[in-house]
Ligand binder design. Structure first.
Ligand SMILES: [Fe+2]
Length: 235
């Protein structure tokens, strides 16, 4: 195993939920930030809006976020993509009407010592499924869909598509009950070999922190739309 993977593993731990980390007023501040940020992607077919949390739109919120995260995970650097003019992006805010499939957010630079990622819900209903299984490569969407697997001309910051997870974690069929309850948007065959570590039930004011090596997916339980902010750190 490479030295870098050893280092990444040494800072791994269990997913953690911080309840009541943000007040109602602060959540409204995040929602307002979401409103004023420019739209990066609006996929009308999938009904998804993605916005980058750009620096400078709400400096108080940036400071608050970093201070509270540092209290929990110690020293970190933001591991983010940059804007066209070279500014760091704090994270991604996504508004979706349909659940996101199985993936890992391990980043786009294999040389980085990736660390923790966070999720802050800005709407009350939703859940996120974290699997025990981990991946030590770049950000990937795991799928069996041949049309997805064909996609090779990926843009900056887009996950590669792969089905290699099916070779990595064994072929044990996925739990039928959990599939039905939380992951009906995924083909059960695509979840072979996976085991659930933890299911995060969204709650306003709370924040989820978990290792960037965990495979995860949103659950199929969405009422209308959901909005969440994801951020990514490295050492
Ligand atoms: Fe993710």
């Amino acid at each position: 195993m490479s030295e870098l993977i050893e280092k990444i593993k040494s800072s791994e731990g269990s997913p953690k939920i911080l309840k009541n980390l943000y007040s109602e007023e602060e959540i409204n501040r995040f929602l307002n930030l979401y409103k004023i940020l420019p739209t990066t992607v609006h996929n009308k077919k999938q009904n998804v809006i993605k916005k980058r949390w750009l620096q400078g739109y709400d400096k108080i919120l940036e400071k608050l976020f970093c201070e509270r995260l540092k209290n929990e995970i110690g020293n970190f650097k933001m591991d983010n993509l940059q804007t066209e003019d070279g500014k760091d992006i704090f994270g991604l805010i996504q508004e979706s009407h349909s659940p996101i499939g199985l993936h890992v957010d391990s980043g786009f630079n294999i040389k980085n010592q990736i660390y923790k990622q966070t999720l802050i819900p800005l709407t009350p209903v939703g859940s996120t499924v974290i699997f025990k299984n981990r991946f030590y490569g770049n950000s990937t969407s795991f799928t069996l869909d041949p049309n997805e697997l064909k996609k090779k001309d990926l843009g900056y910051g887009q996950n590669k598509r792969s089905s290699e997870h099916l070779e990595l974690y064994g072929k044990k069929p996925f739990d039928k009950k959990i599939h039905e309850k939380y992951l009906s948007h995924e083909k059960i065959e695509n979840l072979a070999g996976l085991e659930v570590e933890f299911i995060y039930e969204w709650e306003l004011g709370s924040m989820l922190i978990f290792d960037r090596t965990h495979l995860h997916a949103s659950s199929s339980n969405i009422q209308g739309k959901k909005i969440g902010i994801a951020t990514f750190t490295k050492k």
